[in-house]
Design a protein. Sequence first.
Length: 142
Amino acid sequence: MPLPAPEPGLVISYSYLWRHEHAGGLEEGRKDRPCVILVVVERQQSGDIVVVALPVTHRPPDDESLAVEMPQRVKQQLGLDFERSWVMVNEANQFLWPGYDLRKIPGGDEFHYGFLPPRFFNQVFEVVRAYRKRSKMTITAR
């Protein structure tokens, strides 16, 4: 199956490397998980495509301002499980598309689950923006 074009709001299957894993010396994530593409930038000189992706996790955030809970209807639309999930906004991975950590979705041949509905993506984007105004987002370059 061909790779999708990276676009903001696309939910990909990705081996996300958490900040604490990176600080502990790991170079690869321990688990493949859904991640939301937040930003896509094409570098003028090289033509490389740089993607910034936010992780989706089942673990409730310690601070509610660090995440946006994913509505069940959105999870269902994407084909995700029925457990509660959050899109974390305080950290992200940055990588060259497609990158070696892009994975096929479990039980499938595709590398993506689909797109977040625009209203929900805009909500996530605004929470990221609010977080960045008050604190520095940790972006792990891969």
